[in-house]
Ligand binder design. Sequence first.
Ligand code: 9MR
Ligand code: ZN
Length: 567
Amino acid sequence: MQTTSKQSKQTTRFFFNLLGFLPQGPKTIITSEDHSVPFSLVDAQTGGVCYTGMLTASPVDLNAGIASSKADFTNYTVPGTYRLKVGKDLSPVFSIAEHSYDALTGDLLKMFYFQRCGCALTEKYAGVFTHAACHTSRALPYGEDPATAKTRDVHGGWHDAGDYGRYVTPGAITVSHMLYAYELFPNKFDFTVNIPETGNGTPDVLNEARYELDWLLRMQLSDGRVYHKVTTANHAPIIMPEEDDSPLILYPSSSMAVAMFAAVTLQAARIYHAFDEPYARKLFKAGLKSLHFLLKHPEFIPFRNPKDCRTGEYGHPTDRDQRLWAGAEYLRALATGFFTAELPKDADRMEEQVRARFFGNMCDFTVKKDSFGWHQAGGMALLSVLFCPDSETVFGHVCFDMAKRYLMHNADAALNLREASSFDVPMSREDYTWGSNLSLMNHGMFAVAAHLLTGEEEYRLCAFDCLDYLLGRNTLNFSYVSGHGANSLKDPHNRPTVADDIEEMIPGFVAGGANCTFRDPTAKSLLEQQGRIAPMDCYVDDSRCYSLNEIAIYWNSAALFVAAYLM
Ligand code: 9MR
Ligand code: ZN
């Protein structure tokens, strides 16, 4: 092929948050320029220069796989539309605006309405994305004889992800992300998202979370155990949810499900108390029952998929962090004084047991970096302890100090990762796995928590870096949130959006993200064909790639937590 020297000239590429920047927020753009040359910020309309600086060049970092440099114009705070100029090359237009992330935050919350199971999604709330009620038949406990067994009504809750399963541990963690976001920064949640409950006097974030809590309550057995999940035996084919009429099966209880159920219902009890006291009491009683079960059964009760079940397993080799979290939420619920009437006769002994069993060993929080997930919930226990009013009295100062140390250790680990990254993203190579955007947002949640606790600006900046990456400051210049950003998620692995014949994608869905572990056949062949080697490049927007491009409730809720804080 003939090319003139003019055509073959390499132009600078620009990687940035496609939703733009907040006037008072950090503002950085990564460029493919490998030298520290001057840059300027120019007005998109007039072309006039508004700000100048020098790019900071970074050595090639293996996660990004390219040489790059960074333009930082944080000090420029005037709202408007701009382009970045390096040499003769101009970036696409971007904005600096007061409300850059408001619509994003709203859509991240509205996503849960679209995941609702057991009710029709109507035009009034769903626009064109309607469907009839789904999965309303009664469910059969696994292994029981359909002719004689007692079936159960477990309708409701959210579809977990691109599949139609409903699982207790991911459901509990998702609700808790939403409740903590509301509890820690309630002023960010004064918006509504047009759901059936809107306007009832309760913030929509709590209205939506309640839809899942009500389902969780239906999943509890009378002795405090909680079914691990309700799904069909195999994932449905790519059909609309109301067409999925395979029998629903309730899979056996696990101690993770019991503990996470207890934790989130006890947390919810204290939060909903201000809006609906009888509901709060109901939640408290349910949580107490499951906590009782945990105390009576100190042994770990694992969950493994039986041979004839192919839906998500959500197994985990320990329940220590989940029990710790349940214990913490119990002590917090007690400390409110709201539930004295509901306390059992042996409440004092129970409290003692909780303290000794769950908070023994010098409060070992066993927090690893992915600690706000369905698999590890130690991070939730940290939030519970650290943001408890009068925490040192409720938990004791040893426990509080220990929790603070764990939190800061994790938040500082995020700062170090970001320091080592040429894209300023707190992600290690190991983080580019299935659901890497949750690893990212886990770091973001630690950063937000550390900022709330210490007020130190570095942590806030780190949380912004997480959001910037999610919304386009990555080597693909791709926004992992549908409907947000010029180049954004369009073809997720999500049954309704593939089956519905509607071209447009519902806004506000977060994709799992880049994953260099090649966990599904289409991803493997596409990424290999295209020679994608750098972990940050290991992504394609293709609905067949379930290990890259599925959506999931807990990826949305973690992003909601961070976006709401920063908006
Ligand atoms: O999010 C889960 C991810 O961390 C695991 O690596 C993966 C494989 O076990 O499963 C993911 O969870 C899926 C679940 O099993 C079923 N519903 C869809 C979830 C998102 O892909
Ligand atoms: Zn359904």
